[in-house]
Design a binder for this molecule. Structure first.
Ligand code: G16
Length: 541
């Protein structure tokens, strides 16, 4: 049956027109949009096989998230809303790179090795971001899905987290929520309004914020949210799609450059939010009366959320295991605060929400955030059950009842399927409102160590390999020893390097105690990479 089954997949329009090897990176395939059509066609084919293998709906999102407009990419979403299972990333990479003449053979091989019953129906839910190249790439993916008779639901322009959400809603027959965009907006907005109550403001908290939507698809979602939230949150929207995508705006720009995005007014102490091009990351920031920029990134969100959950668990009398997952990018100040002040167990894993999500599943309540603002909270089903039953317990004191009801309600505010900038923002707003905090109060909990990120272009970024959750460099030989020497010169110094899985560059992270040293350390390490890993372009200075 196999060879017959695949006979319709030959389509000259989507022949391989690019011979560079392409790999499934940190969050899917990502490169220049004009070389991706055949990859998207093949991923359409693969999505059908994955759906058959899992006997569930699969998500396929066309996006390059934080990258600039010329790039594009694809993220595949597994049935439970997670990123594609790791073993299938290798399958995807192989499929993306084979010669056209080997395609049928490789697909047949996948179906045999994965023991796929090809008569199982397949369902693929697709979505795309607002890039100009996305419709063409979506057509390529749809052609691939159709070639294997997969059933398609195309959601059109959606944020990545909306697609994750709808995939899970479909696969749980609506138990997670109504599988529509209206269902998504309505679920989050309803809970937000109900937890926050009628009081818009509380002590230092005011409901006004400035939001930078990176000129991406998130702007559409924000406008839609505003209709559902009504006046529960007063969002002033900037970079709403009329400018260039992620160009000097968006969460990645604000986090890496540690500066205001284009177009956001410098209003003293006003809470500002940046999301990225597909709205799966969020960071907060403000400028003070001296026009100094302050960033409250994913680490700050993680600590705010962890402290809130810890408080609610203690107040409700529940003993569920709370844990936090970070990456090497987490600021040393945040890790110290989590371990020593909050006393919440903290784990460190390699970059990529796929790694954080997996680790967070080990806790009853797992909070995971990358410093870049990508993260969420996930709950074990058993923990949800315990919380729900506890909130119904009539023997609880008034304080215990209030806390456990809040805990139960807040679960519905969180998009557990993946990091979701807008759901995360509503969670932060809920917590700040509950505490009566402005952004300055929030920032007071701990001090970040001064830190800096740089990008270095090298001939082949894959010659950099790492271990120990990316904190230690294995190759090129000798690089780690040189980094260690550089770091040892600075008090509380730390630095690591790793190849990006979304851009053709090597990333450098540096932090140390003295703000005037951090740039020196970052440049020193960047120069080491440039010299030992065959840098291209101008040497970092
Ligand atoms: C993706 C991943 C994130 C990761 C980021 C940067 O985000 O989902 O987990 O932190 O890429 O990865 P890298 O440092 O390997 O380039 P997004 O928002 O771009 O999809």
């Amino acid at each position: 049956m196999e060879s017959n089954y695949f006979q319709n997949i030959v389509n000259a329009e989507y022949n391989r027109k690019y011979d560079k090897y392409i790999t499934y990176g940190t969050a899917g395939f990502r490169t220049k949009s004009n070389v991706l059509e055949h990859v998207l066609y093949r991923m359409g084919l693969l999505a059908v096989l994955r759906s058959k293998a899992t006997r569930a709906a699969i998500g396929l999102m066309i996006t390059a998230s934080h990258n600039l407009e010329p790039d594009n990419g694809i993220k595949l979403i597994d049935p439970a809303g997670e990123m594609l299972e790791a073993s299938w990333e290798t399958i995807a990479t192989n499929l993306a790179n084979v010669q056209d003449s080997d395609l049928i053979h490789v697909l047949t091989d996948i179906s045999i090795k994965e023991n796929i019953d090809l008569s199982t129906p397949a369902k693929v839910i697709t979505g795309r971001d607002s890039r100009k190249s996305s419709p063409i790439l979506l057509n390529a993916a749809l052609a691939g899905i159709r070639a294997l008779n997969g059933n398609i639901t195309d959601l059109g322009l959606v944020t990545t987290p909306q697609l994750h959400y709808i995939v899970v809603c479909i696969n749980t027959n609506g138990a997670y929520g109504d599988p529509t965009l209206q269902g998504y907006y309505s679920k989050l907005a309803t809970v937000f309004k109900s937890i926050k109550g009628a009081e818009k403001n509380n002590k230092k908290y005011t409901s006004v914020l400035n939001l930078d939507a990176a000129n991406g698809v998130g702007a559409i979602a924000v406008k839609e949210f505003q209709r559902y939230l009504m006046d529960a949150l007063d969002i002033n929207l900037f970079n709403d799609g009329s400018g260039s995508l992620n160009h000097m705006c968006g969460a990645d720009y604000v986090k890496v450059q540690q500066t205001m995005p284009l177009n956001i007014p410098s209003e003293t102490n006003v809470r500002c939010v940046s999301i990225d091009g597909d709205a799966d990351r969020v960071v907060y920031f403000y400028v003070d009366e001296n026009n100094k920029f302050h960033l409250l990134d994913g680490d700050r969100i993680a600590t705010l959320v962890a402290a809130y959950f810890k408080e609610l668990l203690t107040m409700s009398g529940l003993s569920l295991q709370l844990g936090l997952v970070q990456t090497a990018y987490a600021n040393g100040g945040s890790t110290d605060y989590i371990s020593n002040v909050l006393q919440v167990p903290v784990a460190c894993v390699p970059t990529g929400v796929k790694h954080l999500h997996k680790k967070a599943l080990e806790f009853d309540i797992g909070i995971y955030f990358e410093a870049n603002g990508h993260g969420t909270v996930i709950f074990k089903d058993t923990a949800k059950e315990v919380i729900k039953n506890h909130a119904k317990n009539e023997k609880l004191s008034e304080a215990q009842k209030t806390a456990s009801t809040k805990l139960k309600d807040v679960i519905d505010l969180i998009n557990e399927t993946v990091g979701d900038a807008l759901s995360d923002m509503l969670l932060v707003e809920t917590i700040l409102h509950a505490k009566g905090w402005d952004i300055i109060e929030w920032e007071r909990s701990y001090n970040d160590l001064p830190n800096k990120q740089l990008k270095v272009s090298v001939r082949d970024r894959n010659i950099i390999t790492t271990t120990n959750a990316e904190r230690h460099c294995l190759t090129p030989v000798g690089l780690q020893e040189e980094i260690d020497k550089a770091v040892s010169k600075y008090s509380r110094g730390r630095s690591f390097v790793r190849p990006s899985g979304t851009e053709d560059i090597v990333r450098v992270y540096a932090e140390c105690e003295n703000p005037s040293d951090v740039n020196k350390l970052a440049v020193e390490v960047a120069s080491l990479i440039y010299r030992l890993a065959d840098g291209v372009g101008p040497e970092p200075s």
